[in-house]
Design a protein around this ligand. Sequence first.
Ligand SMILES: [Fe+2]
Length: 426
Amino acid sequence: MRTALNVKLYRSDLSIMEDGAADTVQAAAEAGGGVLRCFPSFVGRKFCLPGKNLELVDADYFPEGPNGWAIDERWNGSAILADTGNGIHGEGLCHFHHPDGFLIPMNAAVHGAPDFMVGPLYRTLGGTGFYNKEFDNLYPLGHHMHPWKPEAYNFNPWRNKRYKNDCHTSLGLMEYFDEEMMADSVRDFIAGKDNHLRSHARNLLIRMGTGFFTPTRILHGPAAVNTEEPQRDRDDFRFYQSHVLCPDGEVFLGQELLYRHLPEGLEGEDRVQRLVSDIDMRRNKDPYIVEKHLLLPVVDEEASQGGFHDEWRVYGKPNGDEVFSLRQFELAPGAETVLTGPAALCIIHFSHGQGTIANHQVEVKSGIRLGEPLNDEFVIPYAAAKQGGVKLVNTSATEPLVGTRCWGPEAWGHRMPKAPFETWPD
Ligand SMILES: [Fe+2]
């Protein structure tokens, strides 16, 4: 006898069933024609303000009222929880719809049926190894880095309908910024003084329809635009910029965001020196840091025919490792196609239009309410991807059907285009 967990999530009463996920997820995929439909997972951060490009109704960006934490992310196809402290059940985690009306948590499905969901790579990854998210902030994020987690961005015009070519992402450091200046900047942060680190960075002006790859240990402060961000399935980060913009001017981030992922017991000047040495100064000061990591779209000419257009937006292998990738497609009004891809778990997120995918309806809507089930996010498990393509139909007579597909480690191999950072002479 399986027992469901009854969860009140905002306006919805959800029935979540973890027991027997190995069987229920396979039944759900079979009913969906190989494709799993996802319940949306919105995430709130205490140190961010929403840019309101996630298609929620205005009031729902602030579940705790105007002074509480606010929604600035939506996670897609995640088998891990977000670590926010907001107290929302399953925040960040993806859930699949079962035809009997209950939801299956993706972590239970992945660990219960690893061969079906992830395939042989599960044994080395211990999970899916990746997920995709949208983040969307009112102001740029502070200059920060990730000790172990590379990430990449897709700038999707369908999720930035009001964008005016006016936002920058800060990257790396200028040539004059030496280790002593970096150490002073860390000391200022520790003392609670504004270190203005972002003003010493190079900048990328965001152009919609492009991508960007951010390797580990590179300082970056993502622009205030809706960004689709494939990444590793871990949440390590460390802020080096002390203050960020807020409606009243600037606000101090607090030292705990600087001290993340440090060895126990490190203090004083030893801590300062460790924080400096964790920044890869040579690569941060590379004058071509923007050109090397900017990802111009690469059209898949073979796949793009019969009203279907498909292009690479996130590609490249840092240090030779394929960690994730993302392609954006557009299907013309009334057209249909068969989505093909590698034998690997695939996360699909639609950003415009309506139609069908395998046995599911697709609809991208605005004015979403928190807790409302949607028809715009899907996962193709490894076993179904291995069997071949998935039928996609645009049922609109006037609008394109637009979406992204995202894959994890070692999905494409030699079929993936090379990023500039792989071919640039050192
Ligand atoms: Fe980041």
